[in-house]
Design a protein around this ligand. Structure first.
Ligand code: A3P
Length: 368
């Protein structure tokens, strides 16, 4: 029995007791049988089945943990949690998980816990926040969930507790930076105050895109995800009032007025706390934007140029971590309908004042 016990090693028993407590009972039962079975042949049989049970239990738990899409090996109740994540994992999440490559996943430290975010990607919606997050996550010092959309805690789920919020964060190690991606926060008038009350020193990342392109992209996404709401309507129908002036109440227009929204954030945060990145530049030179972000976050520079390839068919940079380029799904990088010149200039004129204001506020000019 002693030999048997030593053979299984104490560490294995410990790991199993935390990961799969149910199997411990089974192991104990088998050991008891072993005590009452005199035949050596029988003992050998029990011993071999016990060994294979332990091995399969461990490997399946580890395999499940590796399937956590954010690439973090979660030791806490790993079995239960991993299977939950697997259940929740959308096809989208699976694709993104595969993008990261197995080697990177396995390199991640195994001891982790849930922590409050050190940084939040607050927007803007449709400025490449998903590509940006996906690319940033290849840095092993970044802990960010890729399958979960956003907790929406500081916008629509504030009735939940901070403890709940923390639990939603990706399991991270002490040398990792926890980041939440939540572009829904930027236009939310209550989010800045709420985030400030959680952590006034938090780092914020804001990608901005030409407001007209952003509005079109927002419309196309809405049309795709809520086809009934916009049935039969095209972009012009929703952003212009009866073909006339720009409709200032349209959500697609309002969310593109960055200066009005940013003003509210600057009531709570210093400009130096917000890293503002140009979406067009990010598409052209992803490495530069990501290197800037690594410096801003105070983490080691890990993301290099060779980790990307420009996919001509997709028209966007794609990850090249495993040697096989992985691009974002068809919902990202949609073809935009061409606007009539008159409509384009009407929108341009409408946004001009807000754009100029935004440039003044951020002390930086963009091409739009
Ligand atoms: P379009 O689909 O309108 O072209 P978000 O992730 O914030 O929803 O933004 C979506 C936008 O990200 C896309 O809008 C696309 O222009 C942009 N984008 C930036 N980099 C990308 C990349 N590498 N692959 C796909 N889309 C990317």
């Amino acid at each position: 029995m002693i030999v048997l016990f030593l053979y299984f090693r104490v560490s294995w028993i410990k790991t199993i007791s935390t990961r799969a407590p149910g199997s411990l009972f089974f192991v104990a039962a088998l050991i008891l049988i072993c005590l009452f079975v005199p035949s050596f042949k029988m003992q050998t049989y029990v011993h071999s089945s016990l060994t294979s049970l332990l091995k399969s239990n461990l490997t399946s738990n580890i395999r499940q943990s590796i399937h956590v899409p954010d690439g973090t090996l979660d030791n806490t109740r790993a079995g239960k949690r991993a299977s939950k994540v697997n259940r929740d994992l959308t096809e989208r999440g699976r694709r993104k998980f595969k993008m990261l490559g197995r080697k990177d996943m396995l390199a991640i430290n195994r001891k982790c816990s849930h922590r409050m975010p050190n940084a939040i990607i607050i927007g803007v919606m449709k400025a490449g926040t998903e590509a940006f997050s996906t690319f940033l996550t290849i840095n092993p010092q970044v802990a960010m969930s890729l399958n979960v959309r956003s907790t929406l805690f500081f916008s629509s789920r504030y009735s939940k507790s901070l403890k709940w919020y923390k639990q939603q964060m990706t399991c991270s190690t002490s040398n990792q930076t926890t980041i939440e991606k939540a572009p829904q926060y930027f236009p939310n008038s209550l989010a800045p105050k709420r985030i400030h009350s959680m952590n006034k020193n938090i780092k914020l990342i804001l990608l901005v895109r030409n407001p007209i392109d952003r509005a079109v992209s927002h419309f196309l996404q809405m049309k795709n995800s809520h086809p009934k709401r916009l049935r039969g309507k095209n972009f012009e129908d929703v952003v212009f009032t009866r073909g006339g002036p720009v409709n200032p109440y349209s959500v697609f227009i309002r969310f593109s007025k960055y200066s009005s929204i940013l003003r509210n954030w600057l009531r709570y945060f210093k400009l130096s706390q917000i890293l503002i990145l140009d979406s067009d530049q990010f598409v052209k030179k992803p490495m530069q934007a990501l290197a800037k972000t690594e410096s801003f976050l105070g983490i080691q520079h890990y993301i290099t140029k060779d980790k990307f390839v420009f996919d001509k068919q997709k028209g966007f940079p794609c990850l090249n971590v495993t040697g096989i380029p992985k691009c974002l799904g068809s919902g990202k990088g949609r073809e935009h309908p061409k606007l009539r010149n008159t409509d384009y200039y009407k929108l341009k004129a409408h946004f001009r004042r807000y754009n100029e204001e935004f440039f003044r506020m951020t002390k930086k000019r963009y091409t739009w």
